[in-house]
Design a protein. Structure first.
Length: 255
């Protein structure tokens, strides 16, 4: 499978997140909530293209946006190897601009809170509003700190793909910086194959976002109507806003 690069190791580490199940839910949401047919999809902060490939397999026209050049190269290579017509753009999710609007935008895996400044999140919603056709949807998965103690403080897991094994450790700082309203998380990845060993560690600062703050960002943007909130990619997992979980999947429709 080639050199143990960070994008490859990351892709293996998080392959347990079912792209099929996620896209099944998004397709159900599109049929339920969208006012227009969904044919063109943009995955914002697409990473290695884990979910985007599933959309492409199902026949959607697909565009991925990610900030990391090596990750973008990996996503393009995976698409070429699978003969999937995916377009990958290396750009910032707060300021990206598509050559053509899409019918559906998706943003998974709590990528939104990598934007640590309120102005950046405001700019993100403005960019997404420009990217989505009226009547289309923005489906966004993010974490909130309403019940911060419910987040995993430390978790270890192992995944395999062919002859590569990746053991990952996730750790989250349980302290929220009151001045910046941020917290830190880190992931380490130990990868082995028959002829290679690799270790990677990444540390990020993330916004401590409350559910009401997310609602305020959407309201201030004025371009989306919130339709429903779920705590999983499951149509039966819609939740009462009075009982906010740590994980939220929001369905927003473009006005």
């Amino acid at each position: 499978m080639g050199q143990l690069s960070f994008p490859l190791v990351y892709d293996i580490a998080f392959q347990f997140r079912s792209a099929k199940r996620t896209v099944d839910f998004v397709e159900w949401s599109s049929a339920t909530y969208a006012d227009i047919p969904i044919t063109r999809v943009v995955d914002i902060a697409c990473g290695t293209g884990h979910y985007l490939r599933e959309f492409a397999i199902r026949g959607y026209e697909t565009i991925g946006v990610d900030l990391n050049p090596s990750t973008c190269r990996y996503a393009k290579a995976r698409a070429r190897a699978a003969a999937l017509p995916m377009t990958i753009m290396c750009d910032d999710m707060a300021h990206f601009a598509l050559p053509e609007r899409c019918d559906l935008g998706v943003n998974f895996f709590d990528s939104l809170t990598y934007l640590t400044e309120p102005a950046a999140i405001t700019a993100h919603f403005e960019a997404v509003a420009r990217a989505i056709n009226p009547g289309g949807l923005y489906v966004i998965e993010f974490g909130v700190i309403d019940h911060f103690e419910n987040h995993n403080v430390e978790e270890v897991w192992t995944e395999r793909r062919q002859d590569i094994q990746v053991t990952s450790t996730y750790m989250r700082d349980s302290w929220i910086n009151p001045r910046s309203n941020t917290f830190e998380e880190q992931c380490s990845f130990s990868a082995t194959s028959p002829d290679q060993v690799a270790f990677f560690q990444v540390r990020f600062r993330k916004m401590a976002l409350a559910f009401e703050e997310f609602e305020t960002f959407v309201k201030q943007n004025g371009c989306f109507t919130p339709l429903a909130y779920y705590d999983d990619f499951d149509k039966k997992a819609e939740f009462d806003e009075d009982l906010v979980p740590w994980r939220v999947v929001a369905i927003l429709r473009k006005n």
